[in-house]
Design a protein around this ligand. Structure first.
Ligand code: PEP
Length: 251
């Protein structure tokens, strides 16, 4: 049985003191229960080092929200996998739909980032998902298949073991609209079958596939009880300790 993984994508929210406050709130909440799921927090870059110190000796793990695929050099504003490792990151979100749409990241760029993250010892949370227009025109599986094939191109089966896939329908991110558990399950099952075809039954069975898109305490339990939904990538609801922990408790 795959262990559930709940990750909080803080996006561009919280300055350093806000980050300290949110992490303290999560730590205080953890005094009351034993989490059954793995927990990852992904604050903005500026708070990563402080976050790493605050979560030391807790079950909370640390991730970044992006990185660049080069090692170093004249890439103003970017950070490398090695830099993220050096401040204590274990995970990195790659290919989030906001990166794809606002910052024009292509499947090819994302693939380079996934490879570089893995080579640098980081575990990518690799995001994929269709737009509303794509869903309404019936091409969801086709879109997701291309994102998986291109984004994971030349990734070996042993490296895939360190990848989490996050299925996030774009129309459900930050909109308050959630995919129904059945809609999400259907795509998750499709992704797992695709991984079986591209790798093996074993790789498919071990792959953690998170759902993301307006996950909140009120809908988490039903989503997380689906066969192929192994966790959640949470945006808005991870910014309050109680709602983040309520989602963890739903696992
Ligand atoms: C996300 O940022 O990955 C996300 C799913 O956001 P929200 O939960 O706010 O929809």
């Amino acid at each position: 049985m795959r262990k559930k993984v709940i990750a909080g994508n803080w996006k561009m929210n919280n300055n350093l003191s806000g980050a300290v406050e949110l992490i303290s709130g999560i730590k205080n909440g953890l005094a009351d229960f034993e989490p059954q799921a793995d927990m990852i927090i992904c604050p903005p870059y500026i708070s990563l080092e402080t976050a790493a110190a605050l979560i030391k000796d807790t079950p909370i793990k640390l991730g970044a929200q992006n990185m660049y695929f080069e090692d170093s050099g004249a890439y103003t504003g970017e950070v490398s996998a090695e830099m993220l490792k050096s401040v204590g990151c274990e995970y990195v979100i790659l290919g989030h739909s906001e990166r794809r749409t606002i910052f024009n990241e292509s499947d090819e760029t994302i693939n380079k980032k996934v490879k570089k993250a893995l080579a640098g010892g980081l575990k990518p949370i690799f995001c994929i998902g269709e737009t509303l227009e794509e869903r309404e025109s019936g091409v969801t599986n086709k879109v997701v298949e291309k994102q998986v094939r291109d984004g994971l191109q030349d990734i070996s089966e042993s490296d895939l073991a360190n990848v989490i896939v996050a299925y996030e329908p774009v129309w459900a991110i930050g909109t308050g609209k959630t995919a129904t558990p059945e809609q999400a399950q259907e795509v998750h099952e499709f992704i797992r079958n695709l991984i079986k075809e591209l790798y093996s039954e074993n790789a498919a069975q071990n792959l953690v596939i998170q759902y993301g898109g307006s996950v909140k305490p009120a809908n988490a339990k039903e989503l997380l009880s689906q066969n192929d939904i192994d966790g959640a990538l949470v945006g808005g609801a991870c910014l309050q300790p109680d709602s983040f922990l309520d989602i963890v408790k739903s696992s």
